[in-house]
Design a protein around this ligand. Structure first.
Ligand SMILES: [Zn+2]
Length: 520
């Protein structure tokens, strides 16, 4: 299937259609994006999206009036709460799916496309036209958001969207500088109807790279994964940071040779500088030469991921300006921030079918915002998202005293614990005192310490860590338990969960807690 969306560029007035997707000037991108947005709204969204036909109608948005990025503010934001299913309306997320009918198709198709379809009908018959439209519009797959407090939201994909997913995969391989001719890839992402697993699968297809998708520890087991690593000798391992570290530690414990590994691709969780250092050291200890550690960012609502290119200082996530429009806004005012300033990532589909969203507030804070300058490492001119982000889901409100709630940034604790080389694994358990939902919240930390720390020093180290956590977060941990590594790995569910249980919140239902941000 030819990726028809690439034609989007050729149909627009661009000066040099031989330039690839990633080497145009900022001004060219901006102009092309506004043109894509206008035609996407006119030809797809207004005629076929039940939600946005209503929302844009109520806001009085005329697509033709959207000329400059500043005009975007006329389109209302979409939030998680706007589209997440509720008990009363479990099908609510279907509202954002493009759903053409024969009548709406007849009315809204641009003349050029009408003529093409008419010709096809004349040459190949009515059934051929029906098949073509089904490939474009009929959902064939679905990803779900993962969330603790909100019900999972379904994002549907058609064959058209799968082609985009595959193209995004091809670009990830290209940006990450994986050489399809010789590099093999093993994915440790858990098998689930989630974006990460399938993005890697389609990256292998799109980039023509041999890959083994293990399904993670829950499916193949760490033992099985280590065996396939030895057989396949992959240049790249990709997966969730927590489980990746576990697999590398097991490989190190078994004195395996991983000299063939060139690097790691990590996604699904934040990668702290301390974590980067740790996994690099482990890999070098198994013979790898100057291994690269690159992150991949993605979220279900975008139905695709973005990669970092291999540079010493991270150049950020390289986005696809022909497929999406990304804004960074002040989370309090919703106003756009300047280039390089921290703010919340807002996402708009420019090329897609199935579930399409406009100005979607992701809740992810990008520290250092976006850059429109050429990447210092690879020279690509695409907009880049800074590598450090803070998921709002890690900002939790705590009732530490009976008087008032406190907002605690758990990312700060995560950074500290991952930077401390004495800590091998950790788990934070949050619960109500005496398991009474009306009592205050308590934090309990489980630690496994590095084998380099003598047992006689465990208590002293635990006390030092407790003090340090208080210094940086002003939150008192109620108890610290030092556990044997195996026991903590069981508690984390490293071999049994889709994602390890790093922060366990056992408090009463979050819905009853005012001020708690809704997490995915
Ligand atoms: Zn780059």
């Amino acid at each position: 299937m030819s990726p028809s969306f690439i034609r989007g560029w050729e149909e627009r007035p661009t000066r040099d259609s031989m330039k690839s997707w990633d080497r145009r000037s900022s001004a060219e991108y901006r102009e092309a994006q506004m043109a894509l947005l206008r035609s996407f709204l006119k030809e797809q969204v207004l005629p076929f999206s039940p939600r946005y036909r209503r929302v844009l109608g109520e806001a009085g948005v005329d697509p033709d009036s959207l000329r400059e990025p500043a005009d975007l503010s006329r389109i209302p934001f979409t939030t998680k709460e706007d589209i997440a299913p509720t008990k009363d309306d479990p099908q609510r997320s279907r509202e954002i799916v493009l759903q053409p009918t024969p009548d709406s198709l007849r009315e809204s198709l641009p003349l050029g496309k009408k003529v093409r379809l008419g010709l096809q009908k004349w040459v190949s018959g009515e059934e051929a036209v029906r098949q073509r439209l089904a490939r474009e519009y009929r959902p064939v797959s679905v990803f779900f958001t993962t969330g603790r407090s909100a019900l999972p939201t379904a994002f549907l994909l058609t064959r058209f969207d799968i082609a985009i997913l595959e193209e995004a995969g091809r670009r990830i391989i290209e940006v990450a500088e994986i050489d399809p001719a010789q590099d093999r890839l093993i994915s440790l992402f858990p098998y689930a109807p989630h974006l990460a697993f399938w993005q890697v699968y389609y990256a292998g297809l799109g980039g023509t790279v041999f890959s083994l998708n293990t399904g993670g520890g829950k499916v193949m087991g760490t033992e099985g994964i280590l065996q396939s690593i030895q057989k396949i000798r992959p240049a790249f391992l990709v997966g969730i940071p927590g489980y990746m570290y576990h697999v590398l530690r097991e490989a190190h414990g078994a004195s395996l040779d991983l000299s063939f590994v060139k690097g790691l691709g990590l996604g699904g969780d934040q990668v702290t500088p301390g974590f980067r250092t740790r996994v690099k050291e482990l890999l070098e200890g198994m013979g790898a030469t100057r291994p690269r550690v690159q992150s991949v960012l993605g979220f279900t609502e975008a139905r695709k991921c973005w990669a970092e290119c291999p540079g010493e200082a991270a150049g950020g996530f390289h986005t696809y300006p022909d497929l999406e429009l990304i804004e960074i806004v002040d989370p309090a005012t919703g106003k756009p921030v300047a280039e390089g300033e921290t703010g919340e990532l807002v996402y708009t589909t420019l090329t897609g079918r199935g579930s399409c969203i406009l100005r979607y507030r992701t809740g992810d804070l990008i520290v250092g915002g976006m850059s429109f300058q050429p990447c210092p490492h690879c020279g690509r001119t695409v907009p880049r998202i800074a590598s450090q982000l803070e998921r709002v889901s890690n900002l939790k409100s705590f009732q530490l005293s009976k008087v008032k709630g406190t907002l605690v940034n758990l990312n700060v604790l995560k950074d500290e614990l991952e930077n401390d080389s004495r800590v091998e694994e950790w788990q934070l358990v949050i619960k109500n005192r005496n398991d009474d939902p009306f009592d205050v919240d308590e934090l309990h930390l489980n630690l496994a310490l590095s084998s380099r720390v003598p047992e006689a020093e465990h208590d002293a180290v635990a006390t030092q860590i407790e003090r340090r956590l208080f210094q940086i977060s002003e939150v008192n941990v109620n108890s610290i338990r030092v556990l044997p590594l195996r026991q903590l790995l069981d508690l984390l569910g490293m071999e049994t969960q889709l994602k390890e249980k790093r922060i366990v919140d056992l408090r009463a239902a979050p819905a009853s807690r005012p001020g708690e941000p809704v997490t995915r």
